[in-house]
Design a protein around this ligand. Structure first.
Ligand code: PSV
Ligand code: MN
Ligand code: MN
Length: 430
């Protein structure tokens, strides 16, 4: 497609210079894997099919409540964000869908936006609603909560916004609505803990009732922030109970940064799957809280263990297993395009390593209560350097072997810094 932002000749030239060494490494890894009966091409083909969505809001430089440090050439609207997402997909060949957030990505003509995305090689993923911020001109403030607000008119407004998001999503070709609410309290006694959940469930049921046939509603839990004493949907327990009471089309979404420190997230994944409620992921990494750091930058082993559970889930499917995979990060000190390409690579790496786990060996060791061999089944896959597989997949699909190097050679951001209007300081903090 001629509207793609990076020249295909540039990518081809870049790959030509690196191809011989990739082939050499791929062949060596292939020989190593074949000694344990693994066909590297089979692994490669499986990896080639895996994709992860990127968040529209991740294309801009994030920020914290203290500051935001914009970079020249940063996107300021959904059109520019789509263009940046197209760069990520062109070079990674792993991120063909964008997850929009409303009203941040509001436009007049959504059919035109869908076409614009398609011309960039992109489609749309889950639609995200936003009832955690007040917008200019909004009738009722969300300071008392949104879907669980004590005020009926505020709850109605939040329900209506979610239904509007579904309507927009239909025009964009989405089939999932992700609902994260910041609802909760900052003081003991501020709201009744039982009744706030009742109100949430009643409002969420109204949104659920508006889901078109094939649509799913994904509930995203988060332990704290912005509420610092209690959150209405604080954990996977609240999330699965809500999803179970809402109905089959409601599932749970796991954002890796939304748990208490040291929580066993891979076990949560296994539990949600056991009850057919694993709906999707927001990938990121964290050290302290909802840090929104780049996927795999702090704890790549945890990411691998999550994917290990996903492979188990794939092999033992429960009804409706089809998780929506997405990145949800805030890029405060890097170029968001580079961060998301590196994150897609980290996510695909975790997936590839999980594929390499000797499942039969693992199960046999588990059955025999051979703890060390069971652990070694995971360890040996985790230790494998899978980068030749990922490089080969990218090259074969038309992406770049070294994404960051190709991106920098393209001078895309420099070009955009000439063409795009500068971001105002202090604006756009989420
Ligand atoms: C909340 O922390 C969250 O993870 C939700 O997914 C939001 O939609 C997103 O971040 C953007 O603020
Ligand atoms: Mn999230
Ligand atoms: Mn978050």
């Amino acid at each position: 497609i001629s509207t793609l932002p990076i020249s295909t000749e540039l990518i081809a030239e870049h790959n030509a210079a690196l191809m011989a060494s990739v082939d050499e490494d791929y062949d060596a890894l292939g020989r190593k894997l074949s000694r344990t009966g693994v066909d590297i091409d089979v692994v490669k083909n499986k990896v080639a099919e895996f994709t992860v969505a990127v968040p529209s809001w991740g294309a801009g430089r994030g920020g914290t409540r203290f500051a935001k440090f914009p970079i020249p050439g940063e996107p300021t609207n959904i059109h520019e964000k789509l263009e940046d997402c197209a760069v990520i997909n062109q070079l990674s060949q792993a991120t063909p869908r964008v997850s929009p957030h409303f009203p941040w990505d509001k436009v007049d003509d959504y059919s035109a936006l869908r076409e614009e995305a398609a011309s960039l090689g992109l489609g749309f993923d889950a639609v995200n609603s936003n009832t955690f911020q007040d917008q200019l001109g909004q009738a009722h403030s969300y300071s008392t909560g949104s879907l669980s607000s004590t005020d009926a008119a505020t709850r109605a407004q939040a329900v209506e916004h979610n239904i509007e998001c579904i309507e927009i999503g239909q025009k964009l070709g989405s089939t999932d609505l992700t609902v994260w609410v910041g609802d909760g309290t900052n003081f003991p006694g501020q709201q009744d803990l039982g009744r706030s959940l009742d109100r949430y469930l009643d409002s969420a049921a109204e949104v659920y009732a508006a889901l078109p046939g094939t649509w799913r509603m994904l509930l995203e839990h988060k332990m704290f922030e912005p509420a610092f004493y209690s959150s209405v949907i604080s954990d996977w327990g609240s999330s699965i109970l809500a999803a179970q009471s809402l109905g089959d089309k409601c599932k749970c979404l796991v954002d890796l940064g939304h748990h208490a420190p040291n929580v066993n997230i891979e076990q949560i994944v296994a539990r949600l799957h056991r009850f057919g409620k694993l709906g999707g992921f927001h990938f990121n990494d964290s050290k302290y809280g909802d840090d929104d750091l780049d996927s795999g930058s702090i704890n790549p082993h945890q990411l691998f263990l999550v994917f290990n559970e996903l492979i188990e889930a794939e092999l033992h499917p429960r009804e409706g297993f089809n998780p929506a995979y997405m990145i949800d990060q805030s890029h405060n000190v890097t170029d968001p395009i580079e961060s998301m390409m590196a994150s897609a690579d980290a996510i695909l790496t975790a997936y590839t390593k999980a594929i390499l786990v000797d499942r039969q060996g693992l199960t046999a060791a588990q059955e025999a209560n051979d703890t060390m061999l069971a652990f070694q089944a995971l360890r040996s896959a985790y230790k494998t350097d899978t980068s030749p597989i990922l490089a080969k997949v990218r090259q074969e699909k038309g992406g770049a072997i070294d994404m960051i190097q190709a991106y920098r050679t393209s001078k895309y951001r420099e070009r955009k810094s000439q063409a795009r209007k500068p971001v105002g300081l202090g604006s756009g903090i989420v």
